[in-house]
Design a protein around this ligand. Structure first.
Ligand code: SAH
Length: 381
């Protein structure tokens, strides 16, 4: 089916969440009804500052389809993130409370509630706003007022929808729960109608809830995160990050060796220009590169902050050989390197060399996998 919106509606919904996350910088985000985890993937990529991303869906088979794409790439180790990030995926129902879901800064429910029976919506509302009680909630659902504008639509937009609410019905539900559980809500949406139909609202209606600070219940104070007792953990990954001292040390040493190598090469080729740092010098067949010259590299400085921490980080590091006065790094002789390069080339020619892939994010790549994209309905109108 040709999408009625550009970008397609599901992308606009994800983008709405991404914009919210970039603006409000929540640290812990839970996506309910995450399906193939497409939104979580966006948030992993664009959600700077998010430290915990959790997905929950009752259908484990749909989650399994792409969950292994969360495995860290070699590039994640070569260029670790500055802050920590853990991703966890659970199988379970949003109508059941689980202690691991307390204290999230943001919970998203994108095109989920219309898949629940009305009596389940009641339970879900209590679980979400009464039990999980996150600081912010984003709920999106089809706007039935818009349906007459969808060409050829008979009944609901998707065969699994149990209901589709008008704006009034959605707002009644939202305002009642705000009153009950102490939230403030604002209404918006994505998928604007043509100018001649501005009275029908957005194709996907969205409610953004914030916990009302004037009604903070002291019983809801956040404790440390509890283990799940009801939901089943399907997948969990902790990304390498510079907040882990081992990773920071490894990244720093990689950066130092790379920088020293560049300095060595420019000096050997006669391109080295005299700087404030001492000039490299030969020791046997090795080139010794001044630590001060390496320290001048902005990335090295940003990784370790002070010159003292920088030198301390190199002491006792097996991959870094220092001169006795600890003022220069001894770089290996060129012959050995050439041998290494040759070995690498041989391996490459034999097709055995492994090449790191880079982490890229591509909206289009999501499309064939999106839970909604292969359905002949109006989910993605
Ligand atoms: N949020 C996703 C998928 C929406 S489709 C997106 O925007 O692309 C609705 C999803 O909700 C499905 O994956 C379905 O399995 C899940 N779902 C339906 N009822 C559920 C329940 N009771 N608990 C958890 N997930 C549920």
């Amino acid at each position: 089916m040709c999408p009625l919106f550009s970008p397609p509606l599901f992308m606009q919904r994800y983008q709405f969440v991404v914009d919210f996350v970039q603006k409000h910088e929540p640290k812990k985000v839970l996506d309910l009804g995450c399906a193939e985890c497409s939104l979580l993937r966006k948030l992993k990529f664009h959600g700077n500052g998010v430290e915990l991303l959790v997905g929950l869906d009752k259908d484990s088979s749909v989650m399994r389809t792409r969950m292994h794409s969360f495995a860290p790439l070699s590039s994640d180790y070569l260029q670790p993130r500055s802050g920590p990030l853990t991703i966890e995926l659970y199988q379970g129902s949003v109508t059941q409370p689980d202690p691991s879901t307390h204290c999230f800064d943001l919970v998203t429910c994108i095109e989920l509630i219309e898949h629940l029976h009305l009596e389940e919506v009641e339970r879900f509302t209590e679980v979400l706003f009464g039990f999980m009680a996150p600081s912010n909630v984003i709920v999106s659902t089809p706007n039935a007022d818009y349906n007459p504008l969808l060409p050829g639509l008979v009944g609901f937009r998707h065969h699994d929808h149990k209901f589709e609410w008008s704006r009034k019905e959605f707002q009644l539900w939202a305002l009642r729960l705000c009153d009950l559980f102490g939230y403030i809500v604002s209404f918006t949406g994505v998928g604007s109608p043509a100018d001649s139909h501005t009275n029908v609202g957005f194709c996907s209606q969205i409610a953004v809830f914030n916990r009302d600070p004037s009604r903070q219940d002291s019983a809801l104070q956040c404790r440390s995160r509890e283990e799940p007792t009801v939901y089943r953990l399907l997948y969990s990954v902790v990304y390498p990050s510079l907040s882990d001292n081992n990773i920071l040390q490894r990244t720093l040493v990689n950066e130092v060796l790379c920088r020293a190598e560049l300095i060595k090469r420019s000096w050997l080729s006669g391109e080295w220009v005299a700087k404030t740092a001492p000039e490299p010098f030969m020791q046997g067949s090795s080139v010794c590169v001044s630590l001060l010259d390496v320290w001048a590299c902005p990335r090295v400085r940003s990784l370790c902050g002070t010159l003292r921490r920088f030198t301390e980080a190199l002491m006792g590091e097996l991959r870094v050989e220092l001169t006795p006065a600890r003022q220069a790094i001894i770089m290996p002789a060129d012959e050995e390197e050439e041998e290494e390069v040759e070995e690498d080339e041989d391996a490459e020619a034999a097709g055995t060399k492994w090449t790191a892939t880079t982490a890229t994010e591509d909206w289009d790549a999501e499309m064939p996998h999106n839970s909604n994209s292969n359905l002949p309905d109006f989910h993605d109108a």
